[in-house]
Design a protein around this ligand. Structure first.
Ligand code: ARG
Length: 283
């Protein structure tokens, strides 16, 4: 008599139910946007950029946040600071305290004090940094850890300074591909304890750190990264993401997230996407 082995259940693993958490964001309308200098490989001053088109696309990003129920506050754009639209670089705000930015390139230096003044006027305690750092461009906050990029812009000494000031563990990650010069071009937090990232942007040691910390991470391809698909903003359920990152959007959907595509092609001419335009104000 033959014994038939018990059949394995054939149901697919359940997709987790995701919960959106309310966010408070700061943004800067790109009224003075242009590409007049080149401080990353995406920027071509000869090709320039169209401020009107940038404002239109940026308004759609803002509308997407509002339609998801998030708050969006605005800082006045300053003439002569074309990259000020990239609010993520203005500071790192955690627990009502802001670690101020100190830019690598002189072209953007005046943005640090502008963002610090806005935050102080709204009651945030702001620390003037002693070390070069570009705010949330290189610092991404999860529940128990802040991930911090270095290699192109932010110095490791700033990682240590931020850890001491904010009282949160900061994990240094080394970026190696000049197209992905800020951490937020290569990785984004999906939830308080998971991320999506493009492994090719990181050194071998930092890749191993990411594998150990986030065994269930969503991995992106080079094609997703090359359209700045990782410069995305998740509220735990909805992920505002560049529309061209279709492969990554599919992986996110399969993991239970809800991609919200936006078109920011004009701002990408300066090397920025949705996350670059967005500073989270964590009280
Ligand atoms: N042109 C800007 C720069 O190179 C783009 C900044 C993008 N911001 C970001 N958070 N990645 O500094």
């Amino acid at each position: 008599m033959t014994v038939t082995p018990a059949m394995e259940p054939t149901t697919a693993p359940a997709i987790p139910e995701r919960t959106a958490l309310h966010r408070r964001f700061l943004m800067c309308r790109p009224e003075h946007f242009t590409v007049s200098y080149a401080i990353n490989p995406w920027m071509d001053p000869a090709a320039g950029a169209d401020a009107d088109r940038a404002v239109k696309q940026w308004e759609e990003l803002r509308a997407a946040y509002l339609s998801l129920g998030h708050d969006v506050e605005l800082i006045d754009p300053v003439p002569g600071l074309p990259d000020m639209v990239f609010a993520a670089n203005g500071a790192l705000v955690v627990g009502g305290r802001a670690y101020g930015a100190r830019f690598t390139h002189p072209e953007r230096a005046a943005e640090g004090p502008a963002y610090a003044a806005w935050l102080r006027a709204r009651g945030f305690e702001v620390m003037d940094p002693s070390h070069t750092n570009e705010g949330e461009g290189d610092f991404l906050t999860l529940d128990h850890v802040i991930l911090a990029g270095t290699g192109f812009r932010t110095e490791i000494a700033a990682h240590q300074e931020a850890q001491e000031y904010l009282g949160r563990p900061v994990v240094t990650l080394r970026l190696v591909d000049p197209r992905f010069y800020h951490l937020d071009t290569a990785l984004f937090p999906l939830t308080g304890d998971n991320v999506a990232y493009y492994p090719g942007a990181f050194s071998p040691g930092s890749r191993a750190v990411l594998e150990r910390l986030f065994p269930h991470a969503v991995l992106a391809t080079e094609a997703d990264a090359a359209v700045l698909g990782l410069n995305a903003v998740s509220d735990g359920r909805n992920v505002v993401i560049n529309a061209e990152a279709a492969g990554l959007a599919g992986s996110l959907r399969a993991a239970g997230f809800h991609p919200v595509p936006v078109d920011l092609t004009e701002l990408r001419k300066a090397g920025g996407g949705p996350k670059c335009c967005t500073l989270e104000l964590r009280t």
